[in-house]
Design a protein around this ligand. Sequence first.
Ligand code: SAM
Length: 262
Amino acid sequence: MKGLGALLPAGLRMRLRAFRLARGHRRLDQCAAQVALLLSAAGRLRPQGWRIAELGCGPVPGHALCFHLLGAAQVVATDRVAVFQPAALAASVNHAHAAQVRDLLSPFAEHHDIRERLQALIARDGQVDPALFQFAVASTPDQVGRDYNLIYSLSVVEHVPRRELPAWFSAAASTLAPGGMMLHAIHLEDHRDPELSPFAFRSNPQYSFAEECERGNRADADELIATARQSGDVEVLWRWRRPGLAPVGDDTSHLGIMIRRP
Ligand SMILES: C[S@@+](CC[C@H](N)C(=O)[O-])C[C@H]1O[C@@H](n2cnc3c(N)ncnc32)[C@H](O)[C@@H]1O
């Protein structure tokens, strides 16, 4: 099946992948669960009225849509490439279990407000007023706007080439409003074989730039925290480990960090 897929035009392959994500782990209720983890780990944030940017949203920006449901004044979902598939985002809304979306998001906004916005979203087939929700091609939010109360990413930091990380963090931090913050959920394992060989790629001497972008940049948790500290005050929200597996560096598999503007 995989072999046949490679024969399809790239655009069609991308659309098919987006629809698979929309029915699977980027279905809106799945995204709501991840947003709930992020907001509760950061201290039960209530983002109503906030200006929010997502970095590296991918083809189905369901997380960004959750922030719209929570009453953000404006959400800009960005990615360095034009991956956004609006029809797949609509599918992610339509396949979701609406009550689960509402319940998961309810600690962070009024339940009846979430219900009203979700009903409107379903009635409009996943479309949102562009003044409230938009997609933009950008690597960092300074290319799109300023004064964000929250900038966040999920599984993106590990794809930023290692030598670009300090500039990437600081470009994003420079667009935060006073009191603003960044939240980053980072997956530090080798994306080619996270289960069986999560960290062996760190000792591979032949690792290319393309592999950094695809499999992961190989920065470990301590390096990421130290780099993030150059852009603000850092709090570690979670740090899950796989003891004994790392040949070099730290054995953290997943890291959640908050960076506040100093
Ligand atoms: C693993 S996907 C995660 C997508 C989405 N956040 C999610 O959780 O479904 C990584 C995404 O980050 C984007 N990306 C990689 N490097 C980036 C960079 N330097 N700046 C912005 N986006 C980047 C990729 O284009 C890709 O869409």
